[in-house]
Design a protein around this ligand. Sequence first.
Ligand code: 26W
Length: 812
Amino acid sequence: MLTIDKHSFKKAYEKKYLEINGEELSTGSNYKKYEALGNLVRDYVAESWMNTNKKYNSTGEKQVYYFSMEFLLGRLLGDALLNLGIRDICNEALKELNIDLKDLEDLEQDQGLGNGGLGRLAACFLDSMASLNIAGHGCGIRYKYGFFEQKIVNGSQVEVPDNWLREGNVWEKRKNDKREIVKFGGEVITQNINGKIKFLHINYEPILAVPYDTPIVGYENETVNTLRLWSAETVSNEFDFSSFSRGEFLKALEYKNSVEAISQVLYPDDTQYEGKMLRLKQQYFFVSAGVQSVIRHFKRHGGDILELDEKMAIHINDTHPTLAIPELMRILLDEEGLPWEVAWRITTNTISYTNHTILSEALEKWPVDMFKKLLPRIYMIVQEINERYCTELWNSYIGQWDKIAHMAILADGQVRMANLAVVGSHSVNGVAKLHTEILKKQEMSDLYYFYPNKFNNKTNGITHRRWLIKSNKELTYLLKETIGDSFIKHPTDLEKFEIFAKNKDVQEKLASVKRLNKEKLAKTIYEMKGIKVNPDSIFDVQIKRIHAYKRQILNCLRIMHLYNELLKDPNKDIVPRTFIFGGKAAPSYYLAKKTIELINSIADTINNDPRVSEKIKVVFLDNYRVSLAEQIIRATDVSEQISTTTKEASGTSNMKFMMNGAITIATLDGANIEIRDEVSDDNIVIFGLTSKEVLDYYKNGGYLSYDIYRSDIRIKNVIDDLMNGKYHYDNNRFKAIYENLITYNDEFFVLKDFDDYIRAQEKIDYLYRDKYKWQEMCGINIAHSGIFSSDRTILEYATGIWGTELVYKNLK
Ligand code: 26W
């Protein structure tokens, strides 16, 4: 923990401001003030960063490298201040200078280098590794453009590039001396050197990978780990203007652009896989640079290559970084000269893999032709891996060609990345109990029976430092006041709050914390959308990527139904509700974009109908992102986790909501099941098909959405309302949604679960009326949320997968 007093902080800040801007603080813009503060905080971090690295080098402790195409960090200033232990001092010092810290924090651009759950999980994991003194670092891509910015124009999503680096980034440090070369294309020739076959990669295109390092500050423990993101550049960056004829100069520029394209933009698709060459290039680019750099570092500090797997672990976040397996093999074989068996032992012991989805459309499979052309040596290695593996399969499953073909890495002209990831790693984990069971028994059952010991579960988690302490100061204060502050380092100590959940006085306080956060959100909503919402209404929230399986459409249909009921009976006795949505649709995902249009049309219709204005309001908040999530989650009463059972691998916003005292309405999917197990059925509202029922329908059929449409008049009415102009003058605007539900038989069982969902919502209405009981439920949710801290998850990875030594210094 940094020891600095308010006075010294103030002086240091004024000095830093002058140094950077060459002008007096009082005259400067808030942005300059933010920049100066960021620079000062980075200076404070610098020494611990250096010392942490020195320590790692001298102790030689095992290093973990978390390889991920996505890191969704959000803003870093508040996080760094909190973890350095200087947030209050900074706040007070700035106050004396007439600066509001919050105003400066709000100027920081979100670092949005991820699509959703998978990228945010990577960010939470980095925070937990640093806070638990685990030597764990991130490796990814420094996209010039992050996840697109979403604007809503006439009710539809419009994508705008996220130029997050425009104003610079105070947190990153370019490391020119740590550059690597990544080789694409060319050919491989074999040479016989002293009786040994050598593989020589020639005529390749070299690309320069330049790392930018961001410090990851642990919570009050002086540990600062590193997130290393790679940027693509041409090997020679100098243009000699005079020696180029005009044509050559333009060609050179064109070439420069094509190289830089590799780290230009994050693919905005989650769950929908497309075999795009540029994405394959991105994957090999960062994986090759990452593996080369960790091995170079390891050897420079005297590491023995034969002990690599004892000294480092590489974790691959979904299949996207799977090329780390053949890349590590290539280095061990071609550069270190190890025999295949030794290289394979080291590689499989080093690498571990997490699966994040069972949706088959998300499975990465690269066309062999493309793969071979772009990565000729890597392809040879994958072929060899496949051959040896298929021989093993053949020995176990003699004559069972179909099974072997199904399990193979290379088949049907494709490279199957999930199979390669399982074969080439020593651990394969799912992200919630149900998800892991489905992987083992359904999606990867053949692989599971062949390698039963590799499979394990690691239920996801979230960092309580960002999602409680930083983002909900009022609740944190109340918790400290009642149970002390041990939960900060030991989040399961939140359990101590359970007895207070019954205490009327605490319930009152809990209610006023929520009320305050709701007022703040109401203000934000008014500023963003011009919609006035009532902070005494139930804030009912669904924020996440827009996807058919997450069933925002189910939520829409019940709002439409409730609206119908209120029109029929304007005096219907309901607790007023504000329905809040947020989330981005993949730009090419038509149904998801239509869903956004539907939400916005429902909002327009309902919000402009004076007959219901005291009872319901609907809000779609544009440009959902980490910093907006922080504001919404602390102000939520009801958390919507309504995916079709079996489809949501885990979910992580469910955990954030629970930790902030929201009541979950949920299907028994992903980690919702484990939340239910923690809080019991009395403190969560469950509805819908079970996983067994869903799997049975998928297997045996028997579901007809049209029958439900015909037999349930409530459903018939709302479905007809999609097409009769009630919500939009263009009757065909929501035709795709109508067809999805009726013509194409409702793949995600929206109509099937409708009735039970309505019942569950009525139960919420009923429960909310008893203010004290409701607060008791909220308190119980908070008290049981500690197990969902990513600290617990990371400790499980550390002991169960990585085998990293635990340094408990900070945990006592
Ligand atoms: C285009 C290829 C592709 C495929 C899948 C891109 C991204 C994905 C991800 C696996 C999607 C994802 O983010 N999955 C989510 O991961 C979270 C963290 O484990 C889980 O909580 C979510 O349930 C899961 O949907």
